[in-house]
Write a protein that binds this ligand. Structure first.
Ligand code: ZN
Length: 463
């Protein structure tokens, strides 16, 4: 009974979290034959040419390490400009913005004393360094911030171990990430508030794996800053098991440094509209990536999606009425400066932004879109997107927010926003790790994602 009640409660919880959605099964009308033909043409061409994977290979080869503020990011900008020229986009430019410059250093940790074992850790992005020889202290494990606050004085001088797994019950891994990620983004602040000297956070992944997952974290200027690291889930489990037997001391060394901001840039290019070129539909992903891997899924595939989308439209002779503007955003991972700079640079033309699509969920099989639109506006677009059902991408979730961090400022400014939904069950196996590399990307899934973006962008630009 208890299990059943918990399950029922969880189902209700999930039901509440899922945006109001009109599933493909609820489709009330057949797809427009001309639109269906265009959708099929784009998908066939995407699969036949198989060019999206070539774009991705180009990016991860030209700029394998491209965290904002690094020399590699500048390589990515140059690659973006060159690739847009190759595809034949118009109005190609780098739009400058200042970006943070955080540099990873030495990083290691181990359990010391009885039960000594190494812990696979990496600094969280933005963390301060430990003193040169590290910090060593007893570890206290918590699953919630409330639990930490209740410990109060007992946490003083300790290293806080945030060990809340991403909840399994949620069907969308992105939701599970959202539930667990505050311990990564704000764990150091909460640890600092109770007088702890460091934070170790269970990696954000649905698997038990052997490599740490990095990601952004923040400090509060009013709270003492403490160093923060992510630990591989297999080591988090082992550490937790040891803590059940008695006190455990951990030694942590982090050598990361934050330098002054440096110049960065968004890369922008356009497929100019045939009738209303001043009105734009933005399609974008983020050009920066965490430094541990080559950022193939996050967000190399998003970059490949949007560049291949415009190449496909050109190859298929589709020139929509409004301009499709490709934006390769800077600094999504650790500052969002590119997104803010884009919104600021283009603030006087916000009313000319008719829609924005972001793809930042990995290069997996496309499933459809979430949109900020609601009611009749959402329904009108849902009908236009019906041909996507043939590609398995007919899901359509209305009233679901911005659809991506980079277009968040556009959403705030009232621009209708869309996020590409993909099958994200394996996304967090690779997310923000050394394993996020080319072999994890399936070229057919990637190609279909590009076709879906091409179709959606063309339809929105023709409305
Ligand atoms: Zn991303």
């Amino acid at each position: 009974m208890r299990t059943a009640a918990l399950l029922a409660a969880a189902i209700v919880l999930v039901a509440c979290k899922v945006p109001e959605s009109s599933s493909s099964a609820a489709a009330s009308t057949a797809a427009d034959p001309l639109l269906a033909a265009r959708c099929a043409q784009l998908a066939d061409r995407a699969l036949a040419d198989n060019h999206a994977i070539e774009i991705l290979k180009g990016l991860v080869t030209a700029a394998p390490k491209r965290l904002s503020g690094s020399p590699g990011y500048n390589d990515a900008v140059q690659w973006g400009l060159a690739t847009m020229r190759e595809i034949g986009l118009e109005n190609i430019r780098a739009e400058p913005c200042m970006v943070p410059c955080w540099v990873r250093g030495e990083e290691r940790a181990e359990v010391v004393g009885a039960g000594a074992m190494p812990l696979r850790v990496c600094a969280l992005g933005g963390s301060i360094a430990t003193p040169e020889h590290g910090i060593e202290a007893e570890v206290i494990e918590v699953r919630t911030f409330e639990q930490l606050q209740e410990l109060g004085e007992k946490a003083r001088g300790k290293i806080v171990f945030f060990n809340r797994p991403m909840p399994r019950i949620l069907r969308r891994t992105g939701q599970a990430y959202g539930e667990a990620v505050p311990q990564r983004s704000n764990g150091a602040i909460e640890a600092g508030k109770v007088g702890a000297i460091g934070a170790i956070v269970r990696s954000m992944t649905t698997t038990i794996d052997e490599y740490p997952h990095t990601g952004a974290m923040h400090y509060d200027e009013a709270v003492t800053k403490v160093p923060a690291a992510a630990v591989a889930t297999v080591d988090a489990e082992a550490l937790s098991a040891q803590l059940k037997l008695g006190p455990v001391r951990v030694h942590l060394v982090l050598g990361c440094q934050t330098h002054p901001d440096v110049p960065g840039a968004n890369v922008v290019g356009e497929l100019r509209g045939s009738e209303r070129p001043d009105e734009v539909v933005v399609i974008g992903g983020h050009l920066d990536a965490w430094d541990l891997g080559r950022g193939a899924h996050d967000d190399g595939t998003g970059i490949a999606h949007v560049l291949e989308a415009v190449r496909l439209l050109k190859a298929c002779g589709v020139r929509p009425k409004r301009t499709i503007r490709v934006v390769l955003f800077a600094n999504e991972e650790n500052g969002l400066r590119g997104a803010l700079a884009y919104a600021e640079t283009h603030k006087d033309e916000m009313s000319l932004h008719k829609a924005a699509i972001e793809t930042d969920g990995g290069g997996f099989s496309p499933q459809g879109f979430s949109t900020s639109l609601r009611d009749a506006e959402a329904e009108a677009v849902r009908k236009l997107f019906l041909p996507l059902q043939d590609l398995g991408a007919g899901a359509f979730a209305a009233g679901a927010g911005a659809g991506g961090a980079d277009i968040g400022p556009l959403h705030k400014a009232g621009v209708p926003c869309f996020g590409l939904w993909v099958d994200g069950q394996r996304y967090f196996d690779y997310h923000h790790t050394a394993a996020d590399d080319l072999p994890m990307v399936n070229e057919r899934e990637l190609a279909l994602g590009a076709a879906v973006i091409a179709y959606a962008a063309s339809v929105l630009a023709n409305r």
